[in-house]
Design a protein around this ligand. Structure first.
Ligand SMILES: C[S@@+](CC[C@H](N)C(=O)[O-])C[C@H]1O[C@@H](n2cnc3c(N)ncnc32)[C@H](O)[C@@H]1O
Length: 270
């Protein structure tokens, strides 16, 4: 089912869209909990910079997913800061930030209870990291709490992007940074841009990174196919292939023919 509706989900009624994604991510968080699967983004490979981040041996297998985070974080200071990730999934990205960027406290937030339980279980040995359940459109934090907010490949699931961005502005401290990366259908770019334009945040970086994401999807294809074969029952493998963006999936083809794009933006609150 997801295979058929993945791209159209980006366009249907906000309420239904929200409910469908919530159902999907709750199910996903209960799958393959001992497999080492801790990232759910499409990855990133730089096309013009050969230098690559130094990773510990245990993180190498997640290099391409980590590189999407590393790219998104390249514009914003994190050392000794209070950092929030909205839509932290299985916790791999928040753990990477906590272990490599030395924030004072890294908080991962997701609306999937199972994802939060799983993340807290896997990463209970990382002292500056915690995971809490919450909704991107109604963040459970006081005003002016965080120095930085990051949002990686999650906002396409939200019912109301404007509510989410208002919440980001609210919980960010003055001078704080916000980094966002996500996919959009080509016909949604104008709406997305106008919601960002209304924000009381100064844009400090923006780039379309579809080619870099396609490069990563090509690089991760074999591993994803192997994981799907190993951990996913046959009858939902087509849906998983589409979700994972393997070669010739709907989303992979949409990136290649230009009907979907992958965008990146960074902002500062003045
Ligand atoms: C594609 S995954 C990306 C996870 C993680 N950022 C990564 O790169 O591995 C999207 C995540 O957003 C979460 N999400 C979707 N809608 C949300 C909402 N309204 N509030 C909080 N989390 C949400 C999902 O549960 C899922 O874990």
């Amino acid at each position: 089912m997801i295979a058929k509706i993945f791209i159209s989900l980006l366009r249907i009624s906000p309420k239904f869209q929200r409910a469908m994604w919530k159902w999907w991510y709750q199910r996903l968080a209960k799958r393959a909990t001992d497999s080492g699967w801790t990232f759910m983004n499409y990855g990133y490979i730089s096309l013009n910079d050969n230098s690559s981040i130094d990773l510990k041996a245990e993180d190498e297998s997640n290099r391409l997913f980590i590189q999407l985070y590393d790219y998104a974080l390249s514009q914003i200071p994190l050392e000794n800061k209070k950092v929030l990730e909205v839509g932290s999934g299985r916790g791999g990205g928040a753990s990477f930030i906590a272990r490599y960027y030395n924030p004072k406290l890294m908080t991962g937030l997701d609306y999937s209870r199972s994802a939060i339980e799983l993340s807290n279980k896997i990463y209970n040995n990382v002292s500056n990291l915690k995971f809490v359940k919450g909704d991107a459109e109604n963040l459970p934090f006081d005003d002016n709490t965080f120095d930085a907010v990051i949002n990686v490949e999650s906002s396409h699931c939200y019912g109301n992007m404007k509510s989410f961005l208002n919440e980001v502005c609210r919980v960010l401290k003055k001078g704080g940074h916000f980094s966002w990366v996500d996919l959009r259908g080509k016909d949604m770019i104008k709406d997305t841009e106008s919601v960002f334009a209304e924000l009381d945040l100064k844009c400090i970086h923006e780039q379309t990174i579809t080619s870099e994401v396609i490069e990563a999807l090509d690089g991760i294809h074999e591993r994803k196919m192997e994981m799907i074969k190993l951990h996913v029952p046959k009858f939902i493998q087509p849906a998983f292939k589409d979700f994972a963006g393997v070669k010739n999936s709907k989303i992979y083809n949409a990136f290649n023919d230009g009907s979907a794009v992958y965008l990146a933006k960074a902002f500062q609150k003045s």
